[in-house]
Design a protein around this ligand. Structure first.
Ligand SMILES: [Zn+2]
Length: 385
């Protein structure tokens, strides 16, 4: 395979607030052989040269909150009840949608019957499909979550259920620690959660907690590695998260519900003002996390939170609205996500690293919507057709 010289692009890697201009990137095999100023690039003889002037190079995105078996849309919960073969068929379709939009890595945080483990095994490593880490099935207090989860009644059962997910091949464990639209009901105490967190850590794996509201505090007290949604994170909780628990935001889900007020009406329309209030609260949680120095990663919650696959750019736009600088929002959707997955290379773009990247039209550091304008995607050094 000849080398590919991408020449004259700008670079936005989430680590600097400003674009680097007139950059060349040389792909050899599946690696980045050169990344730097165009006037220092190696000889391009025999290479395929791509004139990328006007485009921006971006590291491949990491979606930290994905549900490949979900359909998204206003009936997202009901659609998890579709026949297993339908749920499985959604996997590759969603995977292709992600890769087309530059999302090459995803963290699957819950599927009925652990079907996400099968989807992970089927998709990972294949051309045009993302690399997936998967949590198996959600674990929840009995009758406090939709019925396709694993229900437990005690701390001992919780621990056994978590270990069963790992034994079945899960890469991480997902617990639901609060319930209700505002997460107003906490379903496990920190003392109940702690033995499970310790047992999972002893296996070298990570625990993440679904916590929309009050559950964030108990989850953080119990030492979970990340909090999903985290709309209830305030300054006090954020300070205790610093250095140990990441926040995985899913702001676009709330905007999705607000939109259903127009496209569906009914209960969504009635709740529109309340949902807008909740979105403001969720923005506040992001600001609290930023102020306290908490690692912020991000997820679309596609499939499971009504959003459709491949729309992670929407979440980046919301992080900027919440108060992150555009490069910080891009960091959340790239290498900070990689850190949450324990995949150091995911979401990074560096000389000698993996050639997982994409080019967008425009400048995502002044206009995050540029991330929607995907021009070319390279996965392991190959142009995704
Ligand atoms: Zn979810």
């Amino acid at each position: 395979m000849p080398a590919i010289h991408i020449r004259g692009a700008a670079l936005a890697d989430g680590r600097s607030p400003t674009l680097e201009r007139d950059v060349s990137l040389v792909v050899r095999g599946d690696r980045v052989a050169y990344l730097g100023p165009r006037d220092g690039e190696p000889d391009a003889a025999g290479a395929e040269v791509i004139d990328a002037a006007g485009a921006t190079l971006v590291p491949a995105l990491v979606d930290c909150h994905a549900h490949f078996t979900g359909s998204g849309g206003a009936n997202w919960i009901a659609r998890f009840g579709d026949p297993p073969e339908e749920l499985l068929a959604r996997g590759p379709r969603a995977g292709r949608a992600l890769v087309r939009m530059g999302v090459l890595t995803a963290r699957e945080v819950g599927a009925p019957h652990r079907l996400n483990l099968r989807i992970r095994d089927e998709l990972s490593g294949r051309e045009g499909l993302p690399t997936i880490l998967a949590a198996g099935t959600w674990i929840a207090r009995r009758d406090r979550f939709p019925p396709f989860t694993v229900f437990v009644d005690s701390a001992a059962e919780l621990r056994a259920a978590a270990i069963a997910e790992l034994d079945a091949g899960a890469d991480l464990v997902k617990l639901a620690v609060d319930t209700g639209r505002l997460g107003e009901t906490v379903t496990f105490s920190a003392d109940e959660l702690r033995p499970t967190v310790e047992a999972v850590h002893a296996r070298g794996k990570r625990v993440t907690a679904h916590a929309q509201g009050k559950g964030a505090k108990v989850a953080v007290d119990a030492g979970v590695d990340s909090v999903e949604h985290g709309f209830g994170v305030d300054d006090v909780i954020a300070r205790s998260m610093r250095g140990r628990t990441a926040l995985v935001t899913t702001l676009n889900v709330l905007d999705s519900f607000i939109g259903f007020g127009d496209t569906v009406g009914g209960a969504f329309a009635e709740a529109q003002a309340k949902t807008a209030e909740l979105l403001e609260q969720a923005y506040g949680a992001v600001r609290a996390a930023k102020k306290a120095g908490v690692r912020i990663a991000t997820g679309s919650d596609f499939g499971g939170g009504s959003v459709r696959p491949g729309h992670l750019a929407w979440e980046v736009e919301h992080l900027v609205k919440a108060g992150l600088e555009p490069h910080e929002a891009l960091a959340a959707a790239t290498f900070e996500g990689g850190e949450v997955l324990g995949l150091k290379d995911a979401g990074t773009l560096r000389q000698g690293g993996a050639a997982d990247l994409f080019l967008v039209h425009g400048d995502p550091l002044s206009d995050p919507a540029a991330l929607w304008r995907v021009w070319l995607v390279f996965q392991r050094g190959r142009l995704v057709e």
